[in-house]
Design a protein around this ligand. Sequence first.
Ligand SMILES: Nc1nc2c(ncn2[C@@H]2O[C@H](COP(=O)(O)OP(=O)(O)OP(=O)(O)O)[C@@H](O)[C@H]2O)c(=O)[nH]1
Ligand SMILES: [Mg+2]
Length: 307
Amino acid sequence: MDDFSELFEETPEDHHSGFVAVVGRPNVGKSTLMNALLGQKVAIVSPRPQTTRNRITGILTTDKMQVAFIDTPGIHKPKHRLGKFMVKEALAALPDADLILWVADVSRPPREDDQRVASALRAQHLPVFLVLNKTDITPPDKLTAHRDMFRALIPQAAEELAISALHGLGLDELLQKLYDHLPPGPRYFPPDQVTDIQERFLVAELIREQALNFLREEVPHAVAVSIEDFKERPNGAVYIEARIFVERKSQKGILLGKGGHMIKRIGSEARKAIEAELERPVYLDLWVKVKPKWRRDPAELRRLGYA
Ligand SMILES: Nc1nc2c(ncn2[C@@H]2O[C@H](COP(=O)(O)OP(=O)(O)OP(=O)(O)O)[C@@H](O)[C@H]2O)c(=O)[nH]1
Ligand SMILES: [Mg+2]
C-alpha cells in the first residue's frame, strides 16, 4: 500500500482544497489564466480559437490551499469529430469539479458559444464564478454593458470578478475567493507537482503552439503534431523527431513556406520553447505530412490522443 502520510502530515491548519474547472468559449483566455495562476506555463496559448484540445490539470499549492485547475477546450458548435471530442472533453470536467470558473471575454458582448456555455452551467449545481477577462482592452462603458449581459446568462453565479489574465490583474482576489469557497481538505497532490501532463505531450503542444502562432486562416485548425522519437543523448541533449500533420497539400505548402522558410521559423521557435521547458539542449527534427481528413477519422484521432 502506498504511504501518503507524509503528504497529509504537512498539510497546514485551515487548509482548503479542491478541483476547479476552467471553462468558456474558445479564445477567451482560459489557458492564459491557468498559467498565470500557476506562475508557470503548463497549457499552450495562441491568438487562434480552439487552441486547447485536451483537458490539462495545473496544480497550485500554497501554504493555505491546493487547487487543481482543469483547463478545458473552448466550448463551441463542433464541425467534425475532433470538435466533438473537444467539447466532450470540456463538458466532462464539470461533474468532477468542486467549483467552476466561467471565463468570458468582457471586451465583447456574449456570443452564441457563450450561451452554449451558460446553458451547460445552468444545468449544474456547482458554484460558478463569472470571470470577466480582458479588462485591459475593455473601455469602462463597454465593461458595464457587457458585464450585465453575461450576468443575465448566469444569475446563480457565486462570485463575479473582473480580471486581466494577460497582465495578472485581479488574480489575488480570485485566489482569495477560491479559498473562501473551496471546502477544508488535504493536499491531494505532492506540493511540487504542477501538472499531470507528460513530457512528450508538452513537446508536441509547444510545436503546435508555434504553428498556431505563425499560420493563418484555416491552416492552424488542420494541424496536429505527433512525437515519433524522443531520445536522451549521452551528452545530455535530447533528440526529438516530430511530425506535423495537415489535411491538404496546399496546407503543407503553406506550412513549409518559400524555400522551407516557414517550417524553419516554427522549428527554431519551438526548439527554444522546448529547451526552456526541458532545461536541456534540444535537437528538433520536424517533418510535415499530409493526412487527408484526419479530423474526421476515428483511428487517426485516437492515434493523436483525441479520443
Ligand atoms: N488583451 C488581453 N488578451 C488576453 C487576455 N487573456 C488572454 N488573452 C489573449 O487571448 C488569446 C487567447 O488566449 P488563450 O489563453 O489561448 O484562450 P483560451 O480560452 O484558452 O482559448 P482556447 O484554448 O482556444 O479555448 C491569446 O492571444 C491571449 O494572449 C487578457 O487578459 N487581455
Ligand atoms: Mg486554451
